[in-house]
Design a protein around this ligand. Structure first.
Ligand SMILES: Cc1cc2nc3c(=O)[nH]c(=O)nc-3n(C[C@H](O)[C@H](O)[C@H](O)COP(=O)(O)OP(=O)(O)OC[C@H]3O[C@@H](n4cnc5c(N)ncnc54)[C@H](O)[C@@H]3O)c2cc1C
Length: 433
């Protein structure tokens, strides 16, 4: 079978994998079993769903094609941000009250992550604080409008930082202004994901690794099949992100056209002195600019700069990834030019056309969770909660998300890529004007 996402190199060179010890590997599924709920995918969507369902007393089996946290959940920028990738679809399609409800749910998602870290004693280096950055004066004005909008529509306060003050918040000449959100933050995403998996296991969730799902027999009692076994269940939750149909075309082909995979990349420097690292961004906050192809970065607990950016619409690793990422980092922090960059990796973001999350149902007993569009670190926790509520018969909150309409991407990667490139050029052109 030909796989699009066979980019093992990207996983091997990840700072995250190098900085964890995977204590437990789970067995492969090689028999036929029953669970109330079968979850496909051992990333944060699947694991948070499993945890919530187990807390409600359901028996749960998680089927993961590779290892827990192998996908985006174990590779991402670690930025835990209140809000959505874009509010446009949410605000234009839903009522004021519904959009406010969804916004408040992202605040709930942030609190849920903090609560889980505390409750399950997950050592994932959570650090409070997030700095949003404007690279031009026009973007600084747009940021001011955004800050006012958040205050007026959602009663959510972030601190606006003017041009005079921004140099005190970040040791870089690149920015014309910013906004500081004390409520958002950042964490080591693989440690967090493995911690959630441990918490789920402790509640009796059966996790099977190296067990790709190749097909699902739908019906009143779906049968989720792997090469060597199966799970008969009352409900299934599909949380396979962009990889869902990689292992068998009859898993859920109708979901493919609702999201597109976009590659994004991260490097981590060697460690520096704590004082030097602390001086780079005040409060050791996470930071991100508001460009269409954005830079996102943060200090790590062991005093490295972890710097993400670039996009790619093909699944091939860009040539000279380290060199190009390093250049991007030095544009922001030229003073880091003496540091070596021992780690570079990447992964695929599941973007929906309108950048709003895409949650829904296939029939009455199969739920799907996808389309986080780069904001999945905390939203996956919320997704797990609302899908568990829906399984338990209280689908009111899940249905607010399911109400959002999503346009489909054109069929085939070539057409999608062309459409995305056009879109990207349009936005880059707009940024220059
Ligand atoms: C480089 C990068 C940087 C990012 N930065 C941020 C950030 O800073 N902040 C933020 O909020 N979000 C960020 N994101 C997005 C965020 O990581 C994702 O939205 C989130 O992790 C999605 O979680 P998931 O569980 O849905 O998917 P994943 O973590 O990708 O998990 C899906 C899992 O399902 C498994 N699977 C798929 N199909 C099958 C199958 N058929 N059978 C069995 N298993 C299957 C896969 O192997 C995979 O492990 C980033 C993403 C990337 C790639």
């Amino acid at each position: 079978m030909k796989h699009k996402y066979k980019e093992t190199r990207l996983t091997r060179d990840s700072y995250y994998e190098a900085s964890v010890t995977r204590k437990k590997t789970s067995p492969e599924l090689h028999t036929d079993i029953y669970a109330d709920v079968c979850v496909v995918g051992g990333g944060l969507s699947g694991l948070c769903s499993a945890l919530e369902l187990a807390e409600r007393g359901y028996s749960v089996a998680v089927l993961e094609a590779q290892l827990v946290g192998w996908g985006a959940s174990g590779r991402n920028g670690g930025q835990a941000l209140v809000g959505y990738s874009s509010d446009d679809a949410i605000e234009s399609q839903l009522s004021l009250e519904e959009s406010q409800r969804l916004w408040h749910m992202t605040q709930e998602a942030m609190q849920l992550m903090r609560d889980r870290i505390e409750k399950h004693n997950i050592d994932c280096e959570f650090t409070q604080g997030y700095l949003s950055l404007a690279v031009t004066e026009k973007k600084a004005r747009e940021m001011e409008e955004w800050v006012n909008h958040l205050q007026q529509r959602y009663n959510y306060s972030v601190e606006l930082i003017g041009k005079d003050e921004i140099g005190n918040r970040i040791q870089s000449d690149r920015y014309q202004g910013g906004a500081y959100d004390a409520n958002s933050g950042h964490a080591h995403p693989l440690k967090y994901t493995l911690g959630i998996a441990e918490a789920a296991r402790a509640l009796g969730v059966k996790i099977f690794e190296r067990s790709p799902v190749i097909s699902i027999d739908r019906g009143d009692s779906p049968i989720v099949k792997t090469l060597k076994g199966s799970v008969r269940c009352k409900f299934a939750v599909l949380a396979g992100n962009v990889y869902l149909n990689e292992y068998g075309k009859t898993v859920a082909p109708e979901l493919d056209k609702r999201i597109m995979s976009v590659g994004t990349y991260i490097v981590a420097t060697e460690p520096m002195e704590a004082k030097r690292c602390e001086a780079l961004i005040r409060h050791r906050a996470a930071a991100c600019d508001t460009n269409f192809v954005l830079d996102y970065f943060r200090p790590t607990a062991d005093n490295r700069m972890l710097f993400g950016g670039r996009v790619s619409y093909s699944t091939a690793t860009p040539i000279n990834l380290v060199g190009s990422m390093r250049r991007r980092m030095l544009k922001v922090f030229p003073q880091l030019s003496d540091l070596d960059v021992p780690y570079a990796w990447g992964g695929f973001v599941d973007i929906s056309m309108n950048r709003a999350p895409d949650f829904g149902r296939l029939g009455k007993n199969i739920f799907y969770l996808q389309g986080y569009s780069g904001h999945g670190l905390i939203l996956t926790g919320l997704a797990g909660k609302v899908v568990a509520e829906a399984v338990a018969g209280q689908s009111e909150r899940f249905d607010v998300f399911a109400k959002i309409k999503h346009h489909h991407f054109p069929n085939g990667q070539v057409m999608r890529t062309a459409a995305q490139m056009l879109g990207m050029w349009y936005y880059q052109l707009k940024e220059l004007l």
